[in-house]
Design a protein around this ligand. Structure first.
Ligand SMILES: [Zn+2]
Ligand SMILES: [Zn+2]
Length: 364
């Protein structure tokens, strides 16, 4: 009696597995490609690899790996290991542009393999990957990985222009400031201002879209978890606070979060004297002492780019910036800060910072 039952169950199991095994590889590859490109977090894709032998084999097919989206690469810096590195390399080999950019940034800044990092970013940039074009522009503007003499402002502007043409908001803002100031390009104040208005308009659209999405999510979650709703409501940013609106903070590329976590973790401290860009959503570190410009109103923050400076001013620093003289008066003497004095950069003057603030507010 029980033997017959067993036979029936085993027949059922084999019938089930037959149905899956019966699916042609092409169809499974197609479904896996869709899953890989739309996955919202690393486990969404990694769990496919762990499900069964067949899925494990098919999920690492070049067709699937070429489609893996940036959110799959959004690993925490503390979880960085050989297998993540290997997966990124496999995706690069499969022609995944997002993987080229992500691994390029990690190699260049975190693992200090500047040559391979820059060439991977260039590989992505050739395929019109806007964040890669912009990152290469920042490297050219700062002469990152080299000396002060390696700054190539014209190359920076050219890369920025290409990224801006593709709609990259940071690149638009950077190019706007370059044109306004005549930095690496002939000065053209009106055109620069026009680009800043465009950058702000794009930023506004992105923020409003995110707000609409968040509202829909909140309505859904309100039924499920009241606490979650409260937490998300409190996470707005003051980007449009001048207009009485609270909108979500601009979305940060996963690799920028990775960089920040990496350099803020205990195991990977920056070399002495080097600083991180003070804009929360950037994460780029200096590659040599005094590489970044500082806010010379207060002298306590430094930025990899004009774009980071302008955005951080609107998001945060406007509320915190205290003129150096007042700060020195309070401290008693000038020894308290020390890190920015005599850095010779000279292009982050008080006037410039004030100009940035004015231009941004005018441009809105
Ligand atoms: Zn920055
Ligand atoms: Zn300041």
């Amino acid at each position: 009696m029980s033997q017959r039952k067993k036979q029936r169950t085993s027949r059922k199991c084999s019938e089930k597995s037959d149905m899956f095994d019966g699916l042609p590889d092409d169809l499974v590859l197609y479904i896996l490609s869709k899953l890989a490109s739309s996955a919202a977090s690393p486990p969404d894709f990694i769990n496919i690899l762990l499900t069964c032998k067949r899925l494990n084999n098919l999920a690492v097919h070049p067709l699937v790996l070429s489609k893996v989206g940036s959110k799959v690469f959004a690993v925490k810096a503390r979880n960085w290991c050989d297998s993540v590195h290997r997966l990124l390399k496999q995706c690069v080999k499969a022609g995944n542009v997002e993987a080229c950019y992500t691994l390029g940034m990690i190699l260049f800044y975190c693992l200090q393999n500047r040559g391979s990092g820059a060439s991977l970013m260039a590989k992505a940039a050739i395929k019109s990957h806007a964040p890669a074009l912009y990152s290469l522009a920042v490297i050219q503007f700062n002469g990152s990985g080299g000396s002060k003499k390696d700054k190539d402002l014209r190359a920076g502007v050219a890369l920025c222009a290409r990224a801006a043409f593709l709609g990259h908001v940071d690149a638009l803002r950077e190019l706007g400031h370059c044109l306004q100031d005549g930095y690496g390009v002939c000065q053209h104040v009106a055109q620069g201002r026009r680009l800043l208005i465009q950058a702000n308009a794009r930023e506004l659209v992105a923020s409003l879209n995110a707000l609409v999405q968040r509202k829909a999510q909140q309505q859904h979650h309100r039924h499920l978890n009241y606490q979650y709703y409260n937490l998300k409501t409190g996470s707005s940013c003051p980007l449009l606070s001048d207009f009485g609106c609270n909108v979500p903070a601009p979305e940060v590329h996963p690799v920028n979060s990775f960089l920040r976590e990496w350099f803020e973790s205990e195991g990977a401290e920056l070399a002495q004297g080097l600083r991180l860009c003070s804009h929360e959503g950037c994460g780029r570190p200096e590659t040599r002492a005094h590489e970044f410009r500082r806010c010379s109103v207060c002298g306590t923050v430094n930025y990899c780019s004009r774009s980071c400076q302008a955005l951080d001013w609107k998001l945060r620093h406007k509320m915190e910036c205290v003129p150096m003289e007042r700060w020195l008066e309070e401290v008693g003497n000038g020894n308290g800060n020390g890190n920015g004095n005599g850095n010779g950069i000279g292009d982050g003057g008080v006037g410039e910072m004030e100009e940035v603030a004015e231009a941004e507010e005018l441009a809105i």
